[in-house]
Design a protein around this ligand. Structure first.
Ligand SMILES: *[C@@H]1O[C@H](CO)[C@@H](O)[C@H](O)[C@H]1NC(C)=O
Ligand SMILES: *[C@@H]1O[C@H](CO)[C@@H](O)[C@H](O)[C@H]1NC(C)=O
Ligand SMILES: *[C@@H]1O[C@H](CO)[C@@H](O)[C@H](O)[C@H]1NC(C)=O
Ligand SMILES: *[C@@H]1O[C@H](CO)[C@@H](O)[C@H](O)[C@H]1NC(C)=O
Ligand SMILES: *[C@@H]1O[C@H](CO)[C@@H](O)[C@H](O)[C@H]1NC(C)=O
Ligand SMILES: *[C@@H]1O[C@H](CO)[C@@H](O)[C@H](O)[C@H]1NC(C)=O
Length: 819
């Protein structure tokens, strides 16, 4: 029995020995046949013949002992062997060779030196080395596989160049999963100027890590703070290289460039050999693409306008983004200065110059001396910063970070610098103004709160002026429902209003709003007013009325209609507004004759004014208001055709984080309501953005979204606009009445912004501050996705079936969901 066991174990050992050397070294007298392997001393890596994927070709490669399908290096990647009779050996002079069955050398290593007693050894870090067996030298190899990376960068491997020997170590992708020969993608150090790491497709740069600043690549400011790796970038007279090491040696790690050119990210593995991608770089965005924004422009992925010109530069083209050029040419001889930009990924250094010992001051001086020098920065930001990096010619491939990034000093004509600094200064003052403004508002509100309290206490409070029947600031002696106590607006007498409107005569009637008729009136002192008389059976109860009055009283903006006061008497509720002689926008844009009065200049003014008014409601006013019923008939026009948003009856103020809310009570107007609001009752600022987008498209097209139907086409206006947009003929949307009073780029931008606003998903829609910015500048806009509610009305679409039920009139409707 004992003997039997012994025999069995022996056999097993024997068979193990046959298939794999438990050796990590071969000498010129030994060789490795297909089927045999070398294993590194720590049993981490294994070397032998393999076939990738379903390929039949045989290659010599190195892989992980624990993950045989993960090949990190291939010797004969461009010259496979077709059968299983290949052999790897060390020739006498220290050259590694692979022979095929006809004893022809298909691959060989290359050495400039020879050795007496060469040996090849597979080290535990995955490096296959040829060294002199007589010399116990762990570094001075005759040859090493780490000098010829394939698609994988392992820890301790150098990526870069040796200036002496000209050796260029770079990572290059496989052609495909089945073919390890050199593919089109590579990651390498570009030695021009200040050396930098680049990813390339053939000879074309795909992306750039940015110059190393002593701590990190300026293109990856988050690289240092990671728990797994430490990095090093070495640059001296002899060589330049990048290298990474693992902080914890119990982990395996590799950086792989996939055949598709993706990857180039760090992956790591623990001993259970399940690879996990540990991404040290942020999600790839458009800004990763080399020079995406072109010359003298910065890329910022978190902005809605991804590309922007550097200060002092203007876009080359208004239509398609094509980089920027100087507003004022350089003067060169003493007429230039520098402008500091912070938080930057430094520009492409391929035409740069550097000196490691110069100070920043010397650097500036040197840049000023040479007319073609366009920028400078510190070379090493450690400590107080040191060294000098100068750029010559075009600055490109810059990025702006909200955190991290580096200072760059850009050369600008002195005359330009003055203007920019003044501009920066006034922006600062504006910001300070906003802070002071808010402080004043807070104080004002505290004061108001106190006065209200005092009024409650002093029941005998007297209105300031009781004589003169039309004087405002009068207070009636009633206190019904206590609501007027906190109203800080003038209260009008019912009789005054009745007189002003000729007892609400039909001649004075301006129209019928959502909750009742609106009258024009003239007060005794001559002021013209608009009176919104809430019908007694209107949906607007005391709650809405209180809301509207309280809200509007506190909102002051030149694009919001101004509330002059209110009037409450028994069950009469009235709001008194400033009068808008030109009535509402819908009376112009949808009217065949009057629409001719609105040329493009006036229309764009209405669009941007409305955007600013809405921005004020959403973000700038202290209360933060969602309008919820923005539409053409709620945009009033003053005598100069300036837009004023009206009708806050449905507005709700929201506080702080409560940006999204759900209501069981849906109010608004079909055709302007966003899908998520109409269907789910979810409203947010983005619902208003949707309505704004509809409005923009209506202003451009002169068509009503709700009533837009073309023969044989069941698309609403949004669907129609979208169809034209994707078919690349957006200009067909433009209303005839606009004539040729527009500039094409401005028009396109408006349609583009309109489509961005009506996108199906609220999170894709820009907020109003972005909208205002998009409308006023000329940066690159994101691509719109399909709009909400654009479906064919043949389908049982919510908008279609409900619109039929409510299409009888244009007025606002308020739905109450069944509870
Ligand atoms: C060995 O390689 C040589 C050179 O590439 C080639 O001509 C020969 O056909 C190969 N022999 C076999 C058996 O593949
Ligand atoms: C080997 O080295 C010589 C000179 O050092 C060079 O000319 C040759 O191209 C090298 N061959 C390979 C395959 O790297
Ligand atoms: C390294 O990783 C192992 C396993 O993940 C862990 O147990 C060990 O504490 C780590 N060592 C250090 C120095 O972080
Ligand atoms: C770098 O600057 C230092 C000090 O200004 C100077 O001594 C040195 O020669 C410069 N090096 C080169 C390569 O220009
Ligand atoms: C300016 O710098 C460029 C690039 O280094 C160089 O070719 C040129 O000679 C310099 N000009 C002067 C006047 O120093
Ligand atoms: C940085 O500059 C300050 C003031 O000039 C100096 O006191 C400090 O020692 C400097 N630090 C380093 C690391 O050079």
């Amino acid at each position: 029995m004992e003997v039997f066991t012994y025999l069995f174990v022996c056999t097993l050992l024997f068979s193990l020995l046959r298939t794999s050397f438990t050796l990590d070294t071969i000498t010129p007298s030994q060789f490795i046949r297909d089927g045999e392997t070398l294993v590194s001393s720590g049993r981490t890596f294994q070397l032998g013949f393999f076939s990738p994927g379903s390929s039949k070709s045989r290659y010599v490669g190195i892989w992980y002992v624990t993950a045989a399908d993960t090949v990190v290096w291939v010797a004969n990647r461009d010259s496979p062997i077709s059968d299983h009779y290949g052999v790897l050996k060390v020739a006498a002079e220290g050259v590694l060779v692979i022979l095929n069955s006809s004893k022809t050398i298909v691959w060989s290593s290359n050495t400039s030196r020879t050795a007496e007693n060469p040996v090849a050894r597979l080290l535990d870090n995955g490096n296959l080395v040829v060294k002199d067996g007589n010399v116990d030298d762990s570094e001075n190899f005759l040859w090493q596989s780490f000098d010829y990376p394939c698609d994988t960068l392992l820890p301790e491997m150098k990526l870069g160049r040796n200036f002496g020997t000209g050796l260029d170590r770079f990572v290059s992708s496989w052609k495909s999963k089945e073919d390890p020969s050199q593919g089109q993608y590579s990651i390498r150090i570009d030695p021009r100027g200040f050396p930098q790491m680049v990813a390339m497709d053939g000879a074309r740069i795909l992306s750039r890590a940015g110059p190393w600043n002593g701590l990190e690549f300026t293109g990856y400011p988050n690289l240092i703070q990671n728990p797994v790796f430490q990095y090093e970038f070495v640059l001296n007279e002899n060589e330049v290289y990048y290298e990474y090491k693992l902080k914890n040696s119990t982990l395996f790690s590799r950086l792989v460039l996939n055949p598709s050119g993706t990857g180039g990210r760090f992956t790591w593995i623990d001993r259970t050999h399940s690879w996990e991608v540990f991404s040290t770089t942020s999600e790839a965005d458009q800004c990763e693409k080399y020079a995406f924004c072109g010359a003298y422009a910065t890329c910022n992925p978190s902005n809605s306008l991804i590309c922007a010109c550097l200060e002092g530069f203007i876009p080359k083209s208004q239509k398609d983004w094509n980089g920027c050029f100087r507003r004022t040419p350089l003067e060169c001889n003493g007429g230039d200065g520098f402008l500091e930009s912070s938080g930057m990924k430094l520009p492409d250094t391929s035409s740069s110059w550097f000196n490691k010992t110069m100070s920043l001051e010397e650097c500036k001086g040197l840049c000023l001396e040479n007319c073609s020098c366009t920028a400078y920065s510190s070379l090493d930001i450690r400590g107080n910063g040191s060294g000098c990096l100068l750029w010559f010619g075009i600055l490109t491939d810059m990025k702006v970070y909200s955190q991290g990034g580096q200072n760059l000093y850009i050369r600008i004509a002195s005359s330009e610098i003055g203007a920019i600094k003044r501009n920066r200064h006034s922006n600062k003052i504006k910001q300070a103004g906003i802070i002071v403004g808010s402080a004043i508002l807070v104080i004002a509100i505290i004061t108001l709160g106190m006065t209200a309290y005092m009024r409650k206490k002093k029941l005998s409070f007297k209105a300031p002026n009781i004589s003169g029947t039309t004087k405002r600031n009068r207070k009636k002696g009633y206190d019904n429902e206590g609501w007027n106590e906190d109203m800080e607006i003038p209260i009008f007498h019912f009789t005054d209003i009745a007189n002003a409107t000729k007892n609400f005569s039909s001649d004075n009637k301006l129209g019928e709003g959502g909750f009742g008729p609106v009258y024009m009136g003239t007060l005794l002192e001559g002021q013209v007013i608009a009176v919104k008389r809430l019908s007694k059976n209107s949906g607007q109860g005391m709650n809405e009325f209180r809301n509207e009055v309280k809200l509007i009283a506190k909102l002051q903006h030149r694009n919001l209609v101004k509330l002059l006061g209110c009037c409450v008497q028994e069950n009469e509720k009235m709001l008194i507004y400033e009068y808008m002689p030109n009535k509402s926008l819908d009376s112009f844009i949808f009217d065949q004759t009057k629409s001719k009065l609105l040329d493009w200049h006036k229309r764009i003014n209405i669009i941007s004014g409305t955007a600013r008014g809405l921005l004020y409601l959403h973000e700038d006013s202290r209360l933060r208001v969602i309008h919820r019923d923005l539409k053409a008939s709620n945009i009033l026009l003053d005598k100069d055709m300036n837009p004023k948003i009206s009708d806050f009856g449905l507005a709700r103020s929201f506080v702080g984080d409560q940006l999204k809310s759900k209501t069981s009570r849906i109010a608004g107007t079909f055709g302007y309501m966003s899908p998520e609001y109409a269907v789910h009752g979810q409203y947010s600022v983005k619902s208003d953005v949707f309505s704004f987008g509809v409005l923009v498209l209506e202003i451009v097209s002169g068509k009503k979204n709700r009533e837009f139907l073309r023969p044989h086409q069941h698309l609403n206006l949004l669907g129609h606009a979208w169809k034209l947009w994707i078919e690349d003929r957006p200009m067909e949307l433009i209303a005839e009445s606009i004539g040729d009073s527009y500039t094409q780029s401005e028009m396109l931008r408006c349609i583009h912004v309109g489509l961005l606003c009506v996108q199906q998903r609220p999170e894709n829609r820009p907020n109003m501050s972005s909208v205002v910015l998009m409308l006023s500048s000329d940066g690159l806009l994101p691509k719109p996705r399909h709009p909400g509610f654009y479906t064919d009305s043949n389908e049982a679409d919510f908008s279609a079936c409900n619109e039929a039920a409510y299409s009888a009139n244009e007025t606002s409707i308020t739905l109450f969901e069944a509870r």
